[in-house]
Design a protein around this ligand. Sequence first.
Ligand code: BGN
Length: 331
Amino acid sequence: NLSHLSKPQNHRDDIPMCPKTSPLIGGPIHVSFPSGLTLAQVQRKNPLVVRGGRYRPPDCEAQHKTAIIIPHRNREHHLKFLLYYLHPFLQRQQLSYGIYVIHQAGSYTFNRAKLMNVGFREAMREEDWDCLYFHDVDLIPEDDRNLYTCDTNPKHAAVAMDKFGYKLPYKMYFGGVSALSPLHYLKMNGFPNNYWGWGGEDDDIGVRVSLAGMYISRPSLKLGRYKMIKHKLDKGNGENPQRFNMLAKTRQTWKTDGMYISRPSLKLGRYKMIKHKLDKGNGENPQRFNMLAKTRQTWKTDGMNTVEYEVVSRDYLPLYTNITVNIGTES
Ligand code: BGN
């Protein structure tokens, strides 16, 4: 009997499809950041994760194959916590998955969107993923009913982040965590390659979705909850989680004073803000306003069809595949 020869290489016989809804899903997750956590501990807690951060459910054939793409530089601490939560989260969803960390080589300004283009190409080169999750390293999902699968339209998953009071900050927001199928990704020519530094690239991606004739799909505010890991420098000056509630009540709490706000002109009232240490290499991109105004003219000529880079190394680590890449500098 030679029938096994025509089967895909890792086909497992006599294994049923996983159910539509995983019985392992539990709902809200309490997210905290235990001090002293190590990658070795995360590894021990996830014995079924294999080389390169791959997993498939042991007792059933997954309905979905999801790749997680994480752009990265100087955030090892965040990555450790994300892996600690994400591996069990994806396993409870009975997904077949792989985690890719796309590490920007060198110290030139960070370019989140271009790293995602690299992640897309490098992940698809290895496996026929049916969904790609573009995931910030510092966002932890807080409910495992937030399914890491793709919809018929590009999905914006990070709809309710703690730092925005668990609300969408603005209607077109597309930042943090998003999910696209390979077809979605190619239809919008991927992401822009020329947003160097912080800001705007996610808005550009959101605009591309609609320019390519697609819509943004979103989970509910209840399920799409995320906790953001604080940067070191924010310690002692962390965000006040009460501020949204407090601000909603100022009308009841202030004492009448009857003053007005006076302002100098925009010309005279100019200030430069000193950058935090950790923002080095990812300072705000002063070009982002101009660039964003031109997305309609640029999206077809800048993106997946023009991305250039050089893979420096590819390491199949126990908990993730690390791809270090040279993406060059601004032209
Ligand atoms: C927006 C940024 C986004 C960022 C969100 C949330 C820009 C473009 C200029 C209009 N957009 O203002 O990139 O994700 O804030 O922080 O800066």
